[in-house]
Ligand binder design. Structure first.
Ligand SMILES: [Fe+2]
Length: 180
């Protein structure tokens, strides 16, 4: 599959890929997702799950929702306080932040959705950052990927990272703690 075709396929699942302003970045995002898919038991991106024990929430729905939430928060805070945000940074971080979840949850022999060996041994965010580095992303994006999770201690050094963490956590809480 060509880089162009990978971008087109990923865009079918994650429409915000189409809003990435430069082609090279869009291709690099697609490369990271396809690398993770190759490592996973899934055939398609929408088979990937969001959390162990929860069959009904897809990773794709969480990624799309958290990006939309973050962009809406950015608009509202700009409207009332004039804060400006790098929306490209929010979109690319949102698209990348949870790629490693493609390989962190698997079905066991009893058919239960469980945390995979990678998920148990590699801290969330680290594998995504490794794949992102291979795809050419800079140290700032690796920093944002790693600091998006409370699994580690460092705080995001960019406001887009802080903003995205709230949107991501909100979507996580609403889907994982409240099911209605
Ligand atoms: Fe997330």
């Amino acid at each position: 599959m060509t880089a162009n075709e990978k971008v087109a396929v990923l865009t079918q699942y994650l429409p915000r890929v189409a809003d990435i302003s430069d082609r090279k970045t869009a291709e690099a995002v697609a490369e990271v997702w396809f690398k993770a898919l190759e490592m996973s038991p899934w055939d398609k991106f929408d088979q990937a799950k969001f959390k162990e024990g929860m069959d009904d929430v897809t990773l794709i729905s969480h990624v799309n929702s958290s990006i939309e939430c973050a962009l809406s928060l950015a608009d509202i805070i700009h409207k009332y306080h004039g804060c400006t945000f790098d929306k490209q940074r929010i979109i690319v971080l949102g698209l990348l932040h949870d790629v490693d979840k493609v390989v962190e949850y698997v079905y066991n022999d009893e058919g239960a959705l469980v945390i995979s060996e990678i998920g148990q041994k590699i801290q969330h965010g680290v594998l995504t950052a490794m794949l992102a580095r291979e795809a050419g992303f800079d140290i700032d994006m690796l920093h944002l990927i790693i600091t998006h999770t409370h699994d580690q201690n460092m705080k995001p050094k960019f406001k887009e990272g802080v903003l995205f963490c709230y949107a991501d956590l909100c979507d996580w809480e609403m889907t994982c703690r409240f099911s209605d």
